[in-house]
Design a protein around this ligand. Sequence first.
Ligand SMILES: Nc1ncnc2c1ncn2[C@@H]1O[C@H](COP(=O)(O)OP(=O)(O)OP(=O)(O)O)[C@@H](O)[C@H]1O
Length: 748
Amino acid sequence: MRKHTPKSRKAKIQNRLSEVNEIELLEAWIESGKPESGSNPLSLDPLPHKGPVGRLTDCSFSRYAGCDRFSQLPVSKKTKDGLIQCKYKTMTDIQRASIPHSLCGRDILGAAKTGSGKTLAFVIPVLEKLYKARWGPEDGVGCIIMSPTRELAGQLFEVLKSVGKHHGFSAGLLIGGRKDVDAEKEHVNVLNILVCTPGRLLQHMDETPNFDCSQLQVLVLDEADRILDVGFKKDLNAIISQLPKHRQTLLFSATQTKSVQDLARLSLKDPEYLGVHEESDTATPNRLQQTAMLVPLDKKLDMLWSFIKAHLNSRILVFLSSCKQVKFVFETFKKLRPGIPLKCLHGRMKQDRRMGIYSQFCEQRSVLFSTDVASRGLDFNKAVDWVVQVDCPEDCAAYIHRVGRTARYLSGGRSVLFVMPSEMKMLEKLEEKKIPLRVIKANEKRIQSVSGLLASLLVKYPELQHLAQRAFVTYLKSIHKQRDKEIFDVTKLPIDEYSASLGLPMTPKIRFLKQKLKGKTVSEALSLIPENTSNENLLEFLVKKPDIGKSDVEELEEEDLLLAKETQEAGEKINSKGDDMLATRVTKKKKLKINVHRPVGTRVVFDEEGNTLPPLARLAATGSDADSVQLNKEKVNQRYAELRKNLKVADKEDKDLDKKRRKEKRIKEKMKYKRGREDKEEEDEDVSGSDAEIPRGRVDKKTKIYFDSADEDGERTADKAKEGIAADSISLAEQEELALKLLNSMHS
Ligand SMILES: Nc1ncnc2c1ncn2[C@@H]1O[C@H](COP(=O)(O)OP(=O)(O)OP(=O)(O)O)[C@@H](O)[C@H]1O
């Protein structure tokens, strides 16, 4: 906001007088034309653009409710100057509807489509409220504007700074992930407007000496439904309990809460509910073209890759459900050089980096892979051409916010949602919410398969293999955790095919699914297993199968202990039922002893005495209980035969894998010097924040691979490729050769 230049005493007095006069006039003007409580000013005709404004010759005032120009509003010259400089002239519907009410000091619940200008609808009243109260540095915190994400808070802060640049208020951006919290603590008490995320505000409330919000005039919640959601519940309740009840409260969102409980939590006083697009045919912007495509889980990456290759001149925002997936897709696609810069954004990145990526994506044609951290509020310079939802959003509100990153204000935009066969119910739900979706079929001929290339990348870069495993598990976990079980059902997913589509040579173990099986009878357990799950993977449900390198002994032992406990509990529970039961039960003590010494890479199953059994014994009934086991005998025999066959293959695979690992190690060492240099340049600060995700000892600092610096984007690498510089990536011939070897090793 404005920097004060020294002024003479006389000029200061004059300035003060003119401000006092202006405020008196504004207050009289506002009082004279207050819109009726419960009315929507949008229903009134706009004023003629060239008519007189403010105090008229007969000492009455011009009408402001229903006007459509900022210049016709009873707001200060300073605010008007700021708006003019930002080139804002005509108000949007939500601004026309809510500003006349909020200027009167009323509480507001504003709902309007994404990209419809809700930010100015609260920034203007905030500036005016403090201006009319002649708020100064000595008055402390007069307004708090809260946002659910740091990027959005940063964006709101920028709007506040530009529109409020002629005012003399001090404002601060308080968001997590910044190192300068101590410096913030020194200044926070003299700031008038705080733009913040709930966590950081609470940190100041808890830690900053004499932090005082007792004089607060206005509280704003942007994306109010999100902040009122369970995720922020504790923080928000703690914050609200420290704020004065006598204040103005403004809540805005594209998907607004109407819950009486929520409103009571915030002590709203007869709020004006202004849902300006409720009468509209659609809940999403009119200029947004929305499509949905049926894409099976194991074809998602092929489809995404093909989509990117077909839209190299666009700015594309891609949503995935977890940061592990974002990292995996970003890292692998980057190595495959699609011919467009790639970027990634997720909550585990350091704040400076996040902000950097956000601004770069605003400026440059590129693809941004992101989690839902970018789904709400972000404006990206109104220039996103496509929103691609690779993973289904958790509900309709999340869908609306994600697609709302495009088609903002007057610009158009397009979106595509990949829906899996098991998620078709989502389409019905979206239709019920007035979201017009055209379901289209992908042109099979134009789909380029990428899983073979990913497999060869994973061979060349073992770090990526680990990333792929994590992406695989977190995706399944995210589906497992979804609340809407009508749409999300992890047991319906083609698990093995999905794993192969990520380029993984073997399906990783899925611990949380094992948890799901805990305490289930055999028939219950079998019913939980997806139809197309191979027997190999079935074993993963039931027995331990180490699939990580020998350097991970510690991790393995830890997991074994856990597994032993789980298996024991499962066995006990099943035995106590006395009917359908698994044949083996493990005692904690014996398992512990055996696990410590057994060689890595072997499958071990135990009987009731703690003796080892071959894996198939898990499925056999014990002699004494055989009669009571209700499993179809034929089915069991068939299972045995299949398992026997697959185990042979699995053993061979294990040996080959070991061979392959040794070979990879050799290749890795050869490439070390070359890669070491480039990796150093690319080093992503992000990784340092998430060390726990990478096993210690596997990736040392020099060979970090998680990076998103601009110099490693697809554009540069594509240029390098054009110049014939092989650099770090592998040539097509090499990829083919590696893929062939991998396939051979899997099938021989
Ligand atoms: N009156 C206006 N005239 C011109 N442009 C405007 C006006 N109001 C807002 N805009 C522009 O419209 C874009 C969207 O505004 P804003 O970010 O406030 O939307 P929003 O409703 O808050 O969206 P979301 O629901 O996604 O948070 C911004 O680029 C903003 O500068």
